[in-house]
Design a binder for this molecule. Structure first.
Ligand SMILES: Cc1cc2nc3c(=O)[nH]c(=O)nc-3n(C[C@H](O)[C@H](O)[C@H](O)COP(=O)(O)OP(=O)(O)OC[C@H]3O[C@@H](n4cnc5c(N)ncnc54)[C@H](O)[C@@H]3O)c2cc1C
Length: 563
């Protein structure tokens, strides 16, 4: 049995929490590294998080029934760890002991029968049921804010939440899928595996490795996020081109809904109407609990090559990436990082953008593909990054990769040292990208400044990279780093985020390429989607979740309870 406990706030496990002195030492190093980028502004003393035994959680409104008691818990640790996701604001709230919406209890189903019994009880008692995978949502997807009070700054900017709280729920249960973590079956002929939804990245990869196989879906949250969470949020992983989102790997899905089992056939492809798998992908727990899925797997790649290419200007790099995305070469990695991000991740000196390019195959050598890709880069003014700046291309690529993998842990230190650090992401077609980038960057830079403390004006940093690229457009991913206004961080970020989301939607982007909608993106999602589609979604939910218990508030307003 796994007895490691997750930290009650932020990222990782209790046994990984550094001491205050260790946090202080890391913070001092980070402050020195970031000073050239952020200016001379003081980043402040390191603060300590509010400890678990000092939390004051609201009393549970409902208790687990006796028939489910053996799979349910309601201690402070379990309620706090399931009260928040992992957005910057969530980490700040957890750090400060502000758990405003803890679930009343947390259930750990052992099998589908437990899930069915839980949903039956929740329907009968009108208690909200919130599926919980790894809790790495960055959009308020797992927060049991069933009355719509989550303070994201979203309200008032496009308005969406009129019906919230119309029919009060009697409580909220977090349904933690972590016990459903097995690879159940492997089909080596069709190269697919049946995996339970609660398996987190390392769990499922370790089990697949026994067969010499891999799913090769590596979101940055890989360590803690789960297959069910990936499908429910349409997560995007390792591949920068072609197979980007998890649904590209899904062969069939099985979910328990309040109206019964939703299971699709295993098929390599199907033109039979609206896809039952695609409908569950991105359903964010609003339709049912995904319990398992058949996913396409592959042998581990044996041919791999990567390179770093420098560009004087980010937009020159973008033009090159467009050519690469339209070349049919399909690089596995094609991440363009602007000069600011290259500097903060120690992959550059701030004078140039960096393209991290990679090819891999289980079957054939990839040198030729890389040669042609590098030729395209040269045609667009790129330089394989040896020489100037003193770092080889490989060095720059590994620096960036190291920073990428360590980022989830660093965020906790940033909060402790008073550094605001958060991201937003989108996708846009190529012909609109340059203007889009200019407008969004200008609006967000101004917002960062306008909410900064007077001494910190001009010290904030906005950077951009491409996480995924398509023949018709990139998925730009923006990172904000700025001195935080201590104890006002949530409001400070909400103000910046509001401007960012408004700008993204106004200039034609999507409110999210892979971070999902959750509760936080609702106002902008409502503006983006067609009204008849929203009606169809409401109708579908009403048909299978007539009491509206499934994760109320994500994707659509809570349904009015007919009872
Ligand atoms: C540091 C960091 C890095 C990240 N990097 C990436 C990235 O590279 N790519 C990316 O796509 N995302 C990324 N994310 C966002 C997040 O990890 C993804 O949204 C992920 O898919 C969530 O998976 P999870 O298991 O943690 O789900 P949770 O956070 O537990 O849940 C997310 C949503 O899915 C629902 N859900 C979860 N499990 C199920 C289930 N079994 N059945 C039905 N509904 C369910 C929940 O109710 C909720 O609405 C990152 C987040 C962080 C904090």
């Amino acid at each position: 049995m796994n007895i490691r406990r997750r930290k009650h706030w932020g990222w990782g496990f209790e046994d990984q929490q550094p001491t205050l002195a260790e946090v202080g030492a890391t913070a001092a190093r980070l402050a020195a590294h970031l000073r050239p980028a952020l200016g001379e502004v003081a980043l402040g003393e390191v603060e300590a998080p509010v400890p678990l035994d000092a939390l004051e959680l609201s009393a549970p409104r409902v208790a687990a029934p006796l028939s489910l008691a053996d799979i349910c818990a309601a201690d402070d640790h379990v309620r706090a760890t399931h009260a928040l996701g992992k957005s910057y604001s969530d980490v700040v709230r957890g750090f400060r002991g502000e758990f405003f919406h803890p679930p009343d209890f947390v259930a750990h189903p052992r099998d589908e029968t437990d899930v069915e019994r839980l949903l039956e009880w929740c329907s009968a008692e009108h208690v909200a049921a919130i599926p919980y995978g790894g809790g790495t949502s960055v959009v308020g997807g797992v927060t049991p804010d069933i009355d719509g009070e989550r303070n994201t700054g979203a309200a008032g900017s496009g308005g969406a939440t009129g019906a919230r709280g119309a029919d009060a729920y009697n409580g909220a249960v977090s349904i933690d899928l972590s016990a459903l973590n097995r690879v159940l079956e492997v089909d080596p002929v069709s190269r697919a595996a049946l995996i339970q939804a609660g398996a987190c990245g390392p769990d499922l990869e370790a089990q697949l490795a026994e067969y010499g196989l891999t799913l090769r879906h590596f979101p940055q949250s890989f360590e803690l996020s789960t297959l069910g969470g990936w499908i429910a949020t349409r997560a995007a992983g390792h591949f920068a081109t072609v197979l980007t989102h998890i649904e590209d790997f899904v062969e069939s899905t099985r979910a328990i809904t309040p109206a019964g089992v939703w299971e699709s056939r295993r098929l390599p492809g199907s033109g039979a109407g609206v896809s039952p798998d695609r409908m569950l992908a991105g359903s964010e727990g609003a339709l049912g609990v995904i319990t398992q899925a058949w996913v396409r797997v592959q042998p581990r790649p044996s041919h791999r090559i990567s390179a770093g290419v420098r560009f004087e200007r980010f937009l020159d790099g973008a033009e090159c990436v467009r050519a690469l995305a339209q070349s049919g070469l399909s690089p596995a990695n094609c991440r363009l990082i602007d000069a600011h991000e290259a500097r903060t991740t120690m992959a550059g000196d701030g004078s140039h953008a960096l393209l991290v390019l990679g090819f891999e195959s289980t079957d054939h050598p990839v040198r030729e593909a890389m040669s042609r890709a590098l030729a395209i880069c040269t045609e667009h003014g790129g330089a394989v990054s040896e020489g100037r700046g003193g770092r080889s291309g490989e060095d720059a690529v590994s620096s960036w990769r190291g920073a990428f993998l360590g980022a989830p842990y660093l965020r906790d230190v940033f909060v402790a040292m008073g550094l605001l650090s958060e991201t937003f992401e989108t996708a846009i077609t190529w012909e609109r990208f340059p203007a889009f980038h200019e407008h969004v960057t200008a609006a967000v830079r101004e917002a960062i400044d306008s909410v900064a403390a007077p001494a910190a004006r001009g010290a904030g940093l906005l950077s951009c990279r491409f996480t995924h690229v398509y023949p018709d457009g990139p998925a730009p991913y923006f990172t904000v780093l700025a001195p935080a206004r201590r104890r006002e961080e949530v409001e400070q970020w909400a103000a910046i985020k509001r401007v960012a989301c408004d700008a993204v939607i106004a200039h034609g982007g999507t409110i999210t390429h892979h971070h999902a909608v959750g509760r936080d993106h609702r106002p902008w999602y409502d503006r983006q989607r067609p009204d008849p589609f929203a009606q169809a979604l409401r109708g579908a939910k009403a048909a299978i979740d007539s009491r509206g218990i499934m994760n109320p508030g994500v994707l659509i307003d809570p349904l009015r309870d007919p009872a």
